[in-house]
Design a protein around this ligand. Sequence first.
Ligand SMILES: Cc1cc2nc3c(=O)[nH]c(=O)nc-3n(C[C@H](O)[C@H](O)[C@H](O)COP(=O)(O)OP(=O)(O)OC[C@H]3O[C@@H](n4cnc5c(N)ncnc54)[C@H](O)[C@@H]3O)c2cc1C
Length: 298
Amino acid sequence: MHPSDFRVRTPDGVAEDWPVDYWTLEPYFADNDRMPGVAGLAGDPAYPPHQPTMPPVPLGRTGTLYVRAINKLGWHWWPSDNAVATTEYDGRAKCINLGHCTPGCAQGAKASVDITYWPHALRARVELRTRCRVREIAANEHGRASGVIYYDAKGVERFQPAEVVILAADGIGTPRLLLNSSSARFPNGLANSSGLVGKNLMLHPWPQVFGYVDEELDGDRGPQTVIWSQELWNGPPVQPAVFKLRCERRKGLSQCRSRFLGSIWAKTFATWRALMALGRLWSDGACAGKMCCSWSPN
Ligand SMILES: Cc1cc2nc3c(=O)[nH]c(=O)nc-3n(C[C@H](O)[C@H](O)[C@H](O)COP(=O)(O)OP(=O)(O)OC[C@H]3O[C@@H](n4cnc5c(N)ncnc54)[C@H](O)[C@@H]3O)c2cc1C
């Protein structure tokens, strides 16, 4: 995230400005970097200051190829952050490039909640109840959350009283539960005095460009993202769509993320710009000239 991601309505006239800014959330970003551990290199001029906890993932053959191309353009690039252990970290072994990260990491180097947060929580005697589905958050006569009504693994409805309810069910599940928790006192759902719960969901559209090269690379092993270029991120707006582009050199594929627009124009232009950018990057002769493109919201 960039500070500018939080304000797009004012400068660009699209989507909405957030009611909080980057710097309010930054301490929580830093905490969340520290718990799972982040490999990276401090000092990226394109990002606000932050302190990765481990050395960056090595560039490898594919990263080096990409860096050569970016250097020819004189563009920004920097070793990307990765939630992958490059040294032993909090009881987890370091990455040894066993294979592609996506299917899972037998080494335990790739961070995920089950091997980072949960072991600490379980040691602190948190009770984990799996296969349960919360239906609504209950509120007491003072209007305070008092527990949750949920279905257990057998589908039996239960009530769990609580002094504090922490709701972290992602961008869809969180507003869904707040809206589902309506009552006579809160007819529009809980925590919704603004009427904004469930509105203004913002995504990062994600065009992907695939290139094929003749030389042997190492995209099948280790973390996929090794560098990123933010050359176009804060560039001048492109009309009629306004977007910001970040290109990531990923082993096996290249990806560009654009700041949210939420319109068909965003999709079209972001994809087009991504193709142009990557086409230029790969045009140093290393690319066999075969490219395809896809788009997915993420
Ligand atoms: C395919 C894919 C690839 C991604 N890759 C990356 C990546 O490379 N890097 C990156 O930074 N981000 C990536 N993301 C995004 C990242 O996974 C999310 O931003 C992140 O997981 C959000 O965390 P969260 O804790 O808010 O929500 P989640 O991780 O979604 O956790 C919410 C939890 O709440 C539970 N829940 C929801 N409703 C209820 C209910 N009613 N009762 C009980 N439980 C409920 C859900 O089951 C879930 O376990 C990716 C996302 C996807 C889908």
